[in-house]
Design a protein around this ligand. Sequence first.
Ligand code: ATP
Length: 257
Amino acid sequence: MTLLELDDVTVRYGEAVAVDGVSLAVAPRERVALIGPNGAGKTSLLNAACGLIRPASGRVRIEADDVTGATPGSIVRRGVSQVPEGRHVFGTLPVEANLLLGAYGRVFRLEIVSSTLRYLRSRRDVRDQLERVYDLLPKLRELRERPAGRTSGGEQQMVAIGRALMASPRLLAIDELSLGLAPRLVQSLAEFLVRLNEEEGVAILLVDQSASLAFSLCERAYVLETGRVTLEGASRDLVGRPEVRSAYLGGGPDAPS
Ligand code: ATP
């Protein structure tokens, strides 16, 4: 059965159509990439999948259940968590508080943050999940007391991933993994995601400006241009296509494969 399915989804902002009838599917344990130029509608599509935007038409399904228009919190509880573009960590809160708040879905009010954290720390299941996330990303254990805003860009990306993992997702939807990060850090995050996928069975839906990263990390990919899917298929086939090489892989026959 398909884990996440978008069926003929359209997203509009007023009169403007950002996503125009896109269908996309991710199977359990699959790694799928979504690439395309700036403004193609990738973030809008991810946000529609995660309940952050209500599609103007089309359906979103998780394991065949129709979740179109469901709240972000209920999508998280059904196993789909997002790592948003730009990370959006709470800079003044310690790393651990950022992680704990991931266990709470997306819905909480900042003014009740300390009582929310007290409540979360009191829960055994949340503490156990926190330890699991620390085992997966040991660097976060070292940084647990540091304000998230005083960690590096790569560490903040780890916090954002760890926060999403607090909800025990079966699918992680990642918007721009590599943005603003040094290649070495991107490489180690990519290796972590492959391990997470292969060892923990977490499916990945990755949006990234680096098509070569997306193709090397994911076995299948969709190319989105001006709101429509123009190509889809196995990454190893797509990287061989001249139109993909010239538009996304920096040129001709020597472009990375
Ligand atoms: P990028 O790589 O630049 O993030 P993207 O492929 O993720 O681009 P989106 O951010 O989904 O594309 O944007 C798709 C289109 O929708 C663009 O034309 C963008 O300007 C427009 N858009 C996005 N968010 C909004 C919004 N909140 N209100 C109005 N228009 C928007």
